[in-house]
Design a protein around this ligand. Structure first.
Ligand code: PMV
Length: 315
């Protein structure tokens, strides 16, 4: 028995960090994918492999601890083996074209694809159920994970998300390109979130006012998206970047990348936690090549991405 699924990466278009303090954020699935193929095996073992390594989990040894970035995937696989009383084991192969560790949701997309692929060996689950499994996998690493990344990866397109009301899919029919440039500076989301919390403690009034402004900005963004107005969306991105600069998650390299990208795109900002990771620049077919060329001429690693509207695919 063999089953394959694939799921997309994501970017945060608006609202990173402020979302931690209950402000609405906007996320978008992008056309970089991870593909996962699962096969049933006779031995009671879960074997997971990708270009980043491999793990073998002997299910007859309940004490074996999984200390690997594959832990969420192994957990999802084991849960499904138990749920469907599968007597044997599984072999899971991960093929990803999503850069990892730079805020593009590589691990979340992988959780979604593993849940889709393994469940497909036994049944045809609705996407909602697959999302639930993917979130449970992520919770083995971060208990308080918001689920926003896995949600946008499962359903595709653009979503709005806040911690209190959850997610809503935005019905947006906008054809834009995002240029994603990677600073190649690794970051710890956890550390940067703590740094922002320090900023909030020391500058409570400024932070409160920024939360209000971000919230208003997100409402404007929804209007710009509905009108397919890329010019104002770009301006919205520049405004969001000013707020991110104020809370101290930018650095010299990111500022240099943004200034290059701002010359030809509609607007650019950091995406995700910052302190490294990636920036995104908004373009269309006309200015896309120039933005890529300018970034590459400055030795910045970049690629273009479009909205992924498919989300999880099982086949
Ligand atoms: O993990 P990243 O780089 O996609 O960023 C996480 C987004 C934050 O808003 C900074 C944190 C969070 O939990 O939402």
């Amino acid at each position: 028995m063999k089953s394959t699924a694939s799921a997309p990466a994501k970017v945060i278009l608006f609202g990173e960090h402020f979302v931690v303090y209950d402000i609405k954020s906007i996320l978008c699935a992008i056309d970089k994918r991870v593909k996962v193929t699962s096969t049933t095996t006779d031995e009671k073992k879960i074997f997971i492999k990708s270009s980043m390594g491999q793990i073998l989990w002997d299910l007859s040894n309940p004490k074996q601890e999984i200390k690997s970035s594959f832990k969420p995937f192994a957990h999802i696989a084991k849960k499904l083996i138990d749920e469907f009383n599968h007597e044997g084991g599984l072999e899971i192969t991960i093929n990803s074209d999503i850069p990892s560790g730079v805020g593009l949701g590589s691990s979340s997309a992988c959780c979604v694809a593993v849940a889709g692929s393994v469940s497909g060996l036994f049944t045809k689950y609705p996407k909602e159920k697959i999302l639930e499994l993917a979130i449970q996998g992520e919770q083995t690493v971060f208990e308080n994970v918001s689920g926003a990344d896995t949600t946008v990866s499962t359903f595709g397109g653009i979503i709005e998300y806040d911690k209190k009301t959850g997610y809503k899919k935005l019905d947006v029919d906008t054809d834009f390109h995002l240029i994603i440039a990677n600073s190649k500076q690794t970051h710890s989301t956890h550390k940067i979130v703590s740094k922002v919390n320090e900023f909030k403690k020391n500058n409570s009034e400024v932070f409160l006012s920024l939360c209000k402004k971000e919230s208003e900005l997100v409402e404007q963004v929804k209007k710009s998206l509905a009108k397919k107005d890329l010019q104002s969306l770009g301006e919205n991105m520049k405004t969001n970047q000013e707020y991110l600069e104020t809370i101290g998650i930018s650095n010299d390299k990111l500022r240099l990348m943004l200034s290059v990208a701002n010359k030809t795109s509609f607007g650019a900002k950091i995406t995700g936690a910052g302190g490294g990771g990636c920036i995104i620049a908004l373009t269309d077919e006309v200015n896309m090549e120039n933005t890529i060329k300018d970034l590459q001429n400055n030795n910045f690693d970049c690629f273009s991405a479009k909205i992924d509207t498919r989300g999880l695919d099982t086949f």
